[in-house]
Design a protein around this ligand. Structure first.
Ligand code: ADP
Length: 563
């Protein structure tokens, strides 16, 4: 600031003093601007308003003295830096000077004011003022700098805060999505456990039908290991049991987005087939595209088997119903025929003039009819006993050769009367073929088979006998057989003839008398004695009925005897 342009405020209640000061200033600094105030209040007003470079201040003033004015000036930021020069009345007034310094004053002038002193003071004050302004400028610059820095910091802080908030929000989001992920993982784990422990077979395939998952139950049903199924086409399990049209229809249905359910025949790893009731559902993504297929299958093999068994049982029941009817018709025929014989010929016997020969003939017919009837009654009684579990077994040492001889002698005449031959074969010498069995039953079995052989043969021969044999388990058996060269049995009938009331020729077309009970009784007897019965036969060639009995071979003398 050029010193000439200095702006000075003089505050003094004494106008004369002010006039002198003005004159002095004008003389020392002609270009200086001077402002005057007559009291402290006005002085303060002007100081704020004009912001002078120096204030000359009188101490003793009415209203507000110079100290008071100085204190007020020094506390206000606008005026605080303006140097104040007190004008004291008494030179070297120590007390006043101390007070003035305490009030914040920077300089002193004593009255009467000396021009050189005033000039020196003003110059000194101006220097202070300049330094202060400089200081203030620096301070302002610094303050601005600080403000700027503070603003920058605040901006950075705000940005940091925003960033922090963003990260917090992101963190929250991440936490939430982590929680959601965890929840979905937990759900997936639960679903997997449910599917894994399910008692129905579950398969998941990709869009091409390749297996990507199979639960343990399906592995159990199919017998495959997981690694053998993953990657395979699901149709691999079908094993081409289903017709092509069935498959095409099924996949058309599924690919249209609909569920398909039905029964499929599949094949196990071990080659066995099994039935499943399957539901195949397509899995669709949010875009509505099919991404996978899920196949849920229940093993219904047993159920199906049960159904088949039921159908078979029903058919059997129907068949046995038919048989019962046939049996009743048979029975009535089988009983009426001999009955007619007995009653008819008994009536004829009553006539007076019969020759002896005719009488004997009639008596023979009556005997034969009686025997036939007795046979039927015996058969019915036997079957009833077997059925009721009343048939008892008495095991004794039985001489087979003796039985062979007895049967041979008994049937020989009948066979020969039919123009055929009867043979037997004994594997062991007489009295050496002893087995522990029920003699009566063995006799009945043999008799039944030989009787049938005679009944169903018209030419050739009948041979019966026995021989020892070991079965696969190493058990010793005695095999008995009755062989004929008769009408034979069609291969379809060889298994049914051992069933009750079953005959090769049944119904009204029957050619042979009989109730169809003989072989059924025979079979029961063989089984009671721990053996098995079977037949090898060829129609028109002949039959060979065989049965086995357990054989405990003490007294073994393999010397064959043939007649
Ligand atoms: P039945 O002789 O009273 O009819 P069976 O139970 O003894 O009853 O025999 C059942 C059926 O087996 C006979 O009806 C006959 O068709 C057939 N059969 C039995 N033995 C012979 C045989 N040796 N040769 C041909 N067929 C036979």
């Amino acid at each position: 600031m050029p010193i000439e342009n200095v702006k000075i405020l003089a505050i003094d209640d004494n106008r004369d003093n002010l006039t002198i000061i003005k004159a002095l200033i004008n003389e020392a600094f002609p270009k200086a601007q001077t402002i005057f105030a007559n009291d402290g209040f006005r002085g303060l007003e002007l100081a704020f308003e004009k912001e002078p470079d120096i204030i000359l201040l009188d101490i003793i003033m009415p209203g507000m003295d110079g100290y008071e004015v100085c204190k007020k000036l020094k506390v206000h930021p606008i005026t605080a830096d303006i140097p104040v020069v007190f004008i004291t009345a008494i030179k070297d007034d120590k007390q006043s000077r101390i007070k003035a310094l305490e009030a914040g004053g920077e300089g002193f002038l004593s009255k009467p004011v000396d021009i050189s002193e005033l000039t020196a003071q003003i110059r000194a004050m101006l220097k202070i003022r300049e330094a202060t302004i400089l200081k203030r400028g620096e301070k302002e610059r610094l303050e601005n700098l600080i403000d700027e820095r503070t603003r920058e910091l605040q901006k950075t802080h705000a940005e940091t805060l925003n960033l922090l908030k963003y990260f917090q929000a992101e963190n929250e989001k991440r936490k939430k999505s982590e929680a959601a992920l965890k929840e979905s993982e937990e759900k997936t784990r639960l679903f997997k456990r449910a599917v894994d422990s399910s008692s129905v077979g579950i398969i998941i395939t990709d869009i091409e039908g390749k297996i990507i998952y199979t639960n343990p139950f399906y592995l159990k049903i199919s017998g495959y290991r997981e690694s053998e199924l993953i990657g395979q086409l699901s149709t691999f399990l079908d094993a081409n049991f289903q017709p092509e049209t069935f498959n095409r229809k099924r996949w058309k249905n599924i690919l249209s987005g609909k569920d398909w359910s039905g029964e499929i025949k599949n094949i196990k790893k071990n080659g066995e087939s099994y039935w499943v009731k399957a539901v195949i559902s397509p899995i669709v993504n949010t875009a509505g595209e099919i991404t996978n297929f899920i196949v849920v299958s229940e093993d219904i093999t047993q159920k199906k088997q049960l159904l088949e068994d039921l159908i078979t049982a029903k058919e059997k029941a129907e068949e046995s119903d038919k048989l019962k009817t046939a049996f009743l018709a048979n029975m009535s025929h089988e009983i009426r025929t001999p009955m007619n014989g007995i009653l008819g010929f008994a009536e004829l016997l009553k006539e007076q003039d019969l020759t002896n020969e005719i009488q004997q003939k009639y008596i023979h017919i009556i005997e034969k009819s009686g025997a036939r009837m007795l046979n039927i009654i015996n058969n019915i009684v036997d079957i009833s006993k077997i059925e009721a579990g009343l048939m008892e077994i008495t095991l004794t040492d039985s001489d087979i050769n003796e039985q062979i001889d007895y049967i041979y002698n008994f049937f020989k005449p009948e066979v020969e009367a039919k123009g055929m031959q009867l043979y037997f074969k004994k594997h062991y010498a007489n009295h050496k073929a002893i087995i522990k069995t029920d003699q009566e039953k063995l006799y009945a079995i043999f008799t039944n088979l030989v009787k049938n052989a005679i009944k169903y043969s018209y030419r050739g021969y009948i041979e019966f006998g026995y021989y020892p044999e070991q079965n696969k388990q190493g058990r010793d058996l005695m095999i008995f057989y009755v062989k004929d060269t008769g009408i034979g049995i069609h291969k379809d009938k060889t298994s049914i003839i051992f069933d009750r009331f079953r005959q090769v020729s049944e119904g009204k077309n029957r050619h042979y008398e009989g109730a169809g009970l003989g072989l059924s009784i025979t079979k029961s007897y063989v089984e009671m004695l721990g053996g098995k019965i079977w037949v090898e036969s060829e129609e028109g060639v002949g039959s060979r009925f065989c049965f086995s009995l357990p054989y405990n071979h003490t007294n073994l003398h393999p010397k064959a005897d043939k007649k």
